[in-house]
Design a binder for this molecule. Structure first.
Ligand SMILES: *Cc1c(COP(=O)(O)O)cnc(C)c1O
Length: 376
């Protein structure tokens, strides 16, 4: 370890984009492990983006205010919910992926010993990872093992300790796919103003459930969204936060001045201008999710959980889990799927399978059907 580096970083490993992937995987892989959209941009939009690349001045810094993009995002957000008062561009802050916004929120609330964050596991790993790289303590509570509802009594006990400055919730949660319940939302509403409530709506376009309508009343709430999933722009890295104007202004203060490359801004602008066309894929993916659910449910060894997002969480069934050999069986299943060409995510004692194209889903189901009889 280099002597000038913070000792607490010694225990860290760099983020692995495809954990468990290896060169032994076949050439063509169905990549169902990162919840991306299986479809690239249509050719016409690619050409538009290439055109934008041709005319942009590479020698100049990009627009560091994101003014046009924020206006376009505000328009889209307003369309996406019934709102008493329209969301305005000063309520938006744009990040290099919503990962950047998560880090900015941590910087704005917790660093330098200012406080801890609370998460409910299993959940999106980046909250904890980013917090730890900033030296921010992470408190975590469990979820119910069958419904994945948050243990609210335990959460309340954490809050009572007084050090929690930010609570992070995904709506619907990853990897488990469940949206926040009424009871969870009521608990979040009951939190005092000194606690920031982050509601990560990365999968909003699939769930169509949003809390954006409550932001006006709640200056301590922020909604995060991304272009990486439904909008097919994972390669370009764009996310945004919607919040009270004062909180959005704080996010602007702590971000890097030119956090969004010009091509990224162009890509987001083009995607928003063509959102109707791009989002036609959503109902199709939801229908595929239904088919994939049915296919997985037909395997008695698997337990499939309901999902409001573009992925499914499955575990080996309870009988197998009670026998105690399910970890090894799960690993075997994951590895066998990968070696046949389906890359999924092994996580939290189960598999998270992204809903892919119809062909990818069919191939993955038939690989599963091949593997499962050999598993136990
Ligand atoms: C995919 C995902 C994001 C998106 O991250 P980007 O940095 O915008 O690509 C954020 N939160 C959750 C819960 C996600 O699953």
């Amino acid at each position: 370890m280099l002597p000038f580096v913070r000792p607490d970083l010694a225990h860290f490993t760099a983020y692995q984009p495809h954990p468990g992937d290896s060169s032994s995987a076949p050439q063509t892989v169905d990549r169902l492990d990162t919840n991306e959209n299986p479809y690239d941009l249509p050719d016409a939009l690619k050409q538009k983006l290439n055109g934008a690349g041709q005319t942009l001045e590479s020698n100049r810094y990009p627009d560091g205010t994101h003014a046009d993009l924020k206006a376009a995002i505000a328009e889209y957000v307003n369309e996406s919910a019934v709102l008493e008062a329209a969301i305005t561009p000063d309520q938006i802050s744009v990040g290099n992926g919503s990962d950047e916004l998560i880090r900015s929120l941590l910087i704005a609330t917790c660093v330098a010993g200012a406080g801890s964050i609370l998460v409910a596991k299993p959940t999106f790993s980046m909250y904890g990872i980013l917090a730890q790289t900033l030296g921010v303590p992470v408190l975590s509570v469990d979820r119910c093992l069958s419904t994945f509802e948050v243990d609210l009594a335990a959460a309340a006990r954490c809050l009572a300790q007084g050090c929690v400055r930010a609570v992070f919730m995904v709506h619907p949660n990853s990897p488990t796919g469940n949206p926040l319940t009424m009871a969870e939302l009521d608990w979040l509403r009951s939190l005092p103003d000194q606690v920031l409530v982050v509601i990560d709506e990365a999968y909003f376009e699939f769930s169509q459930t949003t809390v954006v309508g409550e932001l006006r009343q709640r200056s301590n709430w922020v909604v995060l969204r991304t272009f990486s999933k439904a909008f097919r722009l994972a390669a370009h890295r764009v996310g945004y936060a919607i919040a009270h104007p004062e909180l959005a202004a704080v996010l602007e203060k702590v971000r890097l001045p030119y956090n969004l490359p010009a091509m990224t801004q162009a890509a987001a602008a083009i995607a928003l201008a063509h959102r109707q066309e791009l989002l036609t894929i959503v109902p199709m993916l939801l229908a595929e999710r239904e088919k994939l659910t049915q296919g997985l449910e037909a395997c008695p060894v698997l337990q499939v959980y309901p999902s409001a997002a573009n992925f499914l969480f499955v575990r080996l069934n309870e009988a197998i889990r009670e026998q105690g050999s399910s970890d090894a069986a799960l690993e075997k299943l994951f590895t066998a799927l990968r070696s046949r060409g389906s890359l999924v995510r092994k996580i939290s004692g189960g598999l998270r399978i992204t809903v892919g194209s119809p062909a990818e889903n069919l191939r993955t189901l038939s690989r599963l059907q091949e593997i499962l009889p050999t598993l136990l």
